[in-house]
Design a protein around this ligand. Structure first.
Ligand SMILES: *Cc1c(COP(=O)(O)O)cnc(C)c1O
Length: 387
């Protein structure tokens, strides 16, 4: 059996997204900036896609800027808010210790360029505390950027409360909603979100496409200079196939959320219960309830995450330890360190992330395959033998 349980890293493109994309290569291949019929056909697809994305986010179409993905949108949001702040003498930025590197490295870079950075703790349960945020906000705070849901441990942050607080204090609030989009309800208006990032390949859309929502009142700076595409906020010929695919995937995910997510949550709970019941000395990282429907993240005492992944892969199971971006490096995950795990434990982490494409048979297969693999690795582990 082959089981894909790494949906936080990326997802399979849905059939409807793929089918929406294909005519963009064969028929609607015009450049939307061209005045002729072919160009205008493509321009219409672009308008429709923007309207779809705006509708399901509670935004208006002219607040949506398409980008090359989540990383670009995060960078553009943070840099825009920082430049706007600097113009007003506000050079303080608040974020958290467990953001995605696209946010963390962007704010750290600003830290080297004269901004003052406060990174909030996320506590053992992986959730930011509102009073701590409130205490950190200063008159010179230019931006609060807190992710909607964490990509490694899946914990969901109190986004509406943070939005309300930031609006009250007059501070720009950006959220990296890459893991939440298509899986959790989002309404940028109701939730007082000023800027929001999403990326299509985390909800069964194509890779290399995402967007930045930016509320009308807030000026966006450009990262890429050139033509007047995206109202001058992001130059370069629009990636029409990807944009159309993203809109199809997002519509599908939002329309089916109420049916799909309870099913995914049930699979996740079956997986969590099965793993915790069958393997001794395993802990679930992150709050049990306030987590993404598809996320399970465990620390397995006495083993190396990398060797575990290898043996799981041999058994046909695609999993991850920490995020895809940090696998390949031997540093323990900054997310697991942020929730207070010691280095040894952080090394032995296992992330299994599910989608509506997973089945109960696949979950049961993981629950059967995992205990003997962990047992085998522990028998070889010098750390475990000492016990
Ligand atoms: C995947 C991910 C990103 C990066 O998105 P890309 O489209 O791959 O650049 C950013 N933030 C979070 C939380 C993610 O999970």
């Amino acid at each position: 059996m082959r089981v894909y349980a790494d949906n936080a890293a990326t997802t399979q493109v849905s059939r409807s997204a793929l089918e929406a994309m294909l005519p963009c290569f064969t028929e609607y291949y015009g450049n939307p900036s061209s005045m002729h019929q072919s160009g205008q056909d493509a321009a219409r697809l672009l308008i429709n896609a923007r309207e779809t994305m705006a509708k399901y986010l509670g935004a208006s179409p002219n607040e949506i800027t398409f980008t090359s993905g989540g990383s670009e949108a995060d960078n553009q949001a943070i840099i825009s808010a920082a430049l706007r702040g600097a113009r007003k003498g506000k050079k303080h930025i608040i974020s958290t210790k467990f953001e995605h590197h696209a946010v963390l490295h962007a704010v750290e870079k600003l830290g080297k360029e004269g901004f003052e950075i406060t990174l909030l703790d996320v506590h053992e349960d992986g959730i930011v505390r509102l009073p701590k945020l409130e205490a950190a906000i200063r008159p010179d705070t230019a931006l609060v950027t807190v992710m909607y849901a964490n990509n490694e441990i899946g914990t969901i942050q109190p986004i509406s409360e943070i939005g309300a607080l930031c609006r009250e204090k007059g501070v720009i609030f950006h959220t990296d909603a890459v893991q939440a989009a298509g899986h959790l309800e989002i309404d940028v208006t109701k939730q007082n979100i000023d800027m929001l990032t999403l990326s299509a390949h985390k909800f069964h859309g194509p890779k290399g496409i995402g967007l930045l929502y930016c509320r009308k009142a807030i000026p966006l700076s450009t990262l890429i200079e050139g033509g007047a595409q995206e109202r001058g906020k992001r130059a370069g010929t629009e990636n029409i196939p990807a944009i159309v695919g993203m809109a199809a995937a997002f519509r599908e995910a939002c329309e089916n959320m109420a049916v799909n997510m309870p099913r995914v949550r049930a699979l996740r709970d079956r997986l969590i219960d099965g793993v915790l019941a069958r393997i001794p000395e395993v802990i679930l990282n992150g709050d049990r309830e306030k987590r993404l429907p598809g996320n399970a993240n465990f620390s397995v005492t006495g083993i190396e995450g990398e060797s575990l992944l290898l043996l799981l892969d041999n058994a046909g199971i695609c999993a991850s330890s920490g995020s895809a971006c940090t696998s390949g490096s031997l540093d323990p995950s900054h997310v697991l360190l942020a929730i207070g795990l010691p280095h040894e434990t952080a090394h032995g982490s296992l992330r299994l992330t599910l989608s509506e494409y997973n089945t109960q048979e696949e979950i049961d297969y993981i629950i059967e395959a995992l205990p003997p693999i962990v047992e085998k690795l522990r028998m070889m582990s010098p750390v475990w033998k000492k016990k």
